[in-house]
Design a protein around this ligand. Structure first.
Ligand SMILES: Cc1cc2nc3c(=O)[nH]c(=O)nc-3n(C[C@H](O)[C@H](O)[C@H](O)COP(=O)(O)OP(=O)(O)OC[C@H]3O[C@@H](n4cnc5c(N)ncnc54)[C@H](O)[C@@H]3O)c2cc1C
Length: 410
């Protein structure tokens, strides 16, 4: 159920597993939209960052056991995934060296979506687009059939079902949380969901005036006794802040907003220079104007904003800069609190945080421990990763395992 990244991969491997079984089970892929895989189409700015070249599994976020998460991912290591796309879909992957991201050589997300659906069809998967699954009824007797209930009342009997309907992010791609509702109704624990990898909003006019400026920064935060740091692109938008560094920390902000307590502090280091490097540069600046030294490292309008927030006149020479002013300026350059006020929610979120608890899923087959014959995969599970191909890595690995599990060949 669901012809997104996880569901289509599940169908491919279910069909492959089915071909070794006698009698051969039929594989049916049900999809609400007219063509499926709409998130793949908009992924990576239309280029589809299909995988990370060297994933750091510690960067995944889950409220379930990180060990369960790692066990699930072990089933299909990244090198094997790369080989799959290369050999089975004929897609050569190109490495973007500075980010470690892999993209199809054609830079066309459509090649990934169409390639997966074509492979599924070639393997005998029967696909029905434009059908919405409304409900799922478990077998009345152990080993009996599931009943898939479609909008309009049609019922389909199935010996096993793979739930791959995604989460709540970007609902106009077809995912509205149906699968989360169904899993909860079947007795699954669903960890509270929240938008993740979503832009933050702000009401600071001095920042709104910088809309369009982008630069690499480092963001820092401290939550639950842990230090979080992301380095990468940062973009001033007319609503607030976006770019990989912001998206990767946004869940901390979102969760603090949802918890209703103190707002999560996120600070920005605007340049590659840390506090001691700036301290040294300003001390050694002599007759150079402080404004000149700052503008050398930052776009002019941003440099002016930093100087203004530190209350420092850029026309002051470095040697005239008072100690207190120097400290204020160094703080504004290396640890400016980001005055975020909200976030752009699921409408813009690249993924859903939270979801079906991993400890209720067999890590090898992704079969539900609550409802045998039900297999769950993709974004609806309680895990997401940072920008960089991690979320497809999760969708491909869980989809494959669930597909093989569903035909009993995992
Ligand atoms: C703008 C954007 C860019 C992204 N870029 C990247 C990237 O470059 N790299 C990366 O790794 N990740 C990226 N992601 C994240 C990635 O797209 C998701 O993690 C991944 O698509 C999740 O796959 P899924 O199959 O679990 O869910 P989905 O892709 O959401 O698929 C779920 C499918 O189920 C269907 N469905 C839902 N409910 C029903 C129902 N009731 N009946 C029938 N069908 C139903 C939906 O129509 C949909 O086709 C991006 C996400 C967004 C929004």
């Amino acid at each position: 159920m669901g012809a997104g990244a996880a569901g289509t991969m599940a169908a491919i491997f279910a069909a492959e597993g089915a071909s070794t079984r006698s009698p051969r089970p039929e594989v049916l892929l049900l999809e609400r939209t007219q063509d499926g895989g709409r998130k793949i189409l908009i992924s990576g700015g239309g280029r589809c960052n299909i995988l990370p070249s060297a994933p750091d599994l510690a960067r995944f976020v889950t409220d379930s056991s990180p060990k369960s998460l790692r066990n699930i991912l072990k089933s299909w290591p990244v090198e094997e995934q790369i080989r799959f796309f290369n050999e089975r879909l004929g897609l050569d992957l190109t490495l973007e060296v500075e980010s470690g991201k892999l993209f199809p050589q054609s830079n066309k997300a459509r090649d990934v979506r169409d390639g997966l659906l074509s492979l599924a069809t070639a393997l005998g998967v029967c696909t029905r687009f434009g059908v919405t699954v409304e409900d799922l009824e478990p077998p009345l007797v152990p080993g009996g059939d599931w009943q898939v209930v479609l909008a309009g009342g049609e019922r389909i009997a199935a010996s096993a079902v793979v739930l791959a309907t995604g989460g709540l992010s970007v609902p106009n791609t077809g995912s509205d949380g149906t699968g989360l509702r169904i899993a909860a109704a079947l007795g699954h624990e669903v960890h509270a969901t929240y938008p993740a990898l979503t832009p933050l909003t702000a009401k600071e006019p001095r920042h709104a005036a910088l809309s369009g400026i982008s630069l690499p920064v480092t963001l820092n935060a401290r939550a639950d006794g842990k230090r979080y740091s992301t380095a990468g692109g940062f973009l001033f938008t007319h609503k607030g802040y976006s770019g990989p560094s912001v998206l990767d920390l946004s869940h901390l902000a979102v969760r603090s907003r949802l918890a209703g307590g103190a707002r999560q502090e996120i600070t920005v280091q605007w340049t590659a220079l840390d506090a001691s490097a700036w301290e040294e540069r300003l001390r050694a600046g002599g007759t150079a104007h402080v404004g000149t030294l700052v503008r050398r490292e930052l776009p002019e309008r941003l440099a002016d904003m930093v100087l203004e927030s530190a209350g420092v006149n850029g026309g002051t020479t470095a040697s005239q800069l008072k100690r207190g002013d120097r400290q204020q300026l160094v703080a504004a350059l290396t640890a400016m609190p980001l005055p975020w006020t909200g976030d752009e929610g699921y409408k813009k979120a690249e993924v859903t945080g939270g979801g079906v608890a991993l400890n209720e899923i067999d890590p090898r087959t992704l079969e539900s421990r609550r409802a045998p014959g039900l297999f769950l995969c993709g974004e609806m599970l309680d895990a997401f990763g940072p920008i960089g191909g991690y979320n497809f890595l999760w969708a491909w690995a869980t989809g494959r395992a669930a597909g093989l599990g569903a035909v009993g060949t995992a």
